[in-house]
Design a protein around this ligand. Sequence first.
Ligand code: SAH
Length: 394
Amino acid sequence: MLTLNALRFQIRVKWEPLASNVRMWEMSERLNLTGCSVNELIEFVGSFGEQAYRGRQIFAAIQHRRLKNFGEMTDVPKALRERLNALATVSTLTVESRYVSEDGTRRFLMKTQDNLPVETVFIPEEHRDTICFSSQSGCPLQCTFCLTAQLGLLRSLSAGEIVEQIIIALNDVYGVGVQPPRGTNLVGMGAGEPFLNFEELMKALRVMADPQGLFIVPNRVTVSTAGVVPRILELAEIPDRPHLAISLGAPTDKQRNELMPINKKWPLDELLAACKEFEKTLKAGEKFTFEYVLLDGVNDSDEHARQLANLLNRHDMHAKVNLIPHNPADPLPYRPSPAERVTQFQSILESKGVRSFVRRPRGRDIFAACGQLAARRETNPIPSNIDPVMAQVS
Ligand code: SAH
C-alpha cells in the first residue's frame, strides 16, 4: 500500500510530461483512502486542485456512509471520481468466507490484496456490539496456546486495512451505511500483536474516532498486548488512548517463558513495572485489565492462583483479572479448565484481594473465539453476498 508521501511523489511524477514507462507502472499501486484522516484527504485532493470540502465529502463517504467504491459517491463530480479511481482505492480487503455462530457471533475471513488472511469477529451483545479486529496477518509471537501463532507473521496491516475490517463488519450486519442501533466497541484482540504495529494501529484509531466518520472513540476501544514493554510506556504518555489489557497467561517467569516466549525479552518484573507506570496515568473511567487464559492442568492450580495474586500484589497492581477459559483448537495440546477449577481459582484470587471476572467464550463453534483465528475454513460458511437482513434472522 502506498503512503501519502509516496503518492504525493507519484502525483508529481504523473504530472511531469516526461514520465517514463517505469514510473507509470509504479502508478498501478493505489493509495488506500480508508486509512486517511480528513486532513490527509483534504491535502490529497488539494494536490490536484480540488477544494477542501471535497476532501471532507470523500471522508464522510468512506467513514460515515461506509461506501466501498468511488462510483457510489454520486455527490462527487464524475471527473473527480474517475481521477480518484485512477489514483486510489477504498476497498482492499475481500471477504472470502463468513461464518455465523449459534450465539450470533460472526467471523469474517478476508484476504488482503496480496492474498494474506485477515480475520475479524463481530460479537452482538445486549447493549452493544463488539468488533474484534486483527492488527497483523498471522502473528510473530509464539504463544503455545494460540492457534494464530501457527501462521507465523505474514505482515502487519496498514491503518486502512484495520479500519476497513470494521466497515466491512458493520455493513454486513446492518447494511451499507446504516447506523448501528447499539454502540460499537472495538477490541484489538484478533490476530497479531497490536503493539508490534503501533503506529498504524494508533492511526487507525484516530481515523475511527472522527465524529464525521465512524465516531468510535478511544474510550470504546480496548487493545490487548502480550507485553511489549516500550509501547506500554509510550501509551502511558498518550492522553487520548484506548483501554489497555495485558495478557499474562502464567504467574512465573519459568512458566511464562514456555507459554509466551515474549517473556524472555520482557520478563514479568519488567512487564509489571511498566504496568505500574501505566496505572499511575489512569484517568477516571479508564479500564486497565489483565488477561489470564486458563489451561486445564497447566496454569490453573491453587498454587498458580496464589502466585498470580502474589505477583500482582507485590507490584501493587489494582487492575482486575479477566479469566479466559481456553478455547480449544485441534492441533493445540490444551483443554479448558473445568468450571469448578475456574471457580476455585477465582476464589483464591478474591481471597487475596485480586478482583477477577470470568469471560464467557463467544463463537467457539465457528472458530471465532480468542486464540482460534488461523484462517480456518472447516465450518459451513454463509456466502458473503447474502442479504444482511436475512443473515440477521438466520
Ligand atoms: N497479541 C495480543 C492480542 C491477541 S490475543 C495479546 O496477546 O494480548 C487476545 C487474547 O486471547 C490474549 O489475552 C490471549 O492470551 C488470549 N488467547 C490466545 N489464545 C487463546 C485460546 N486458545 N483460548 C483463550 N484465549 C486465548
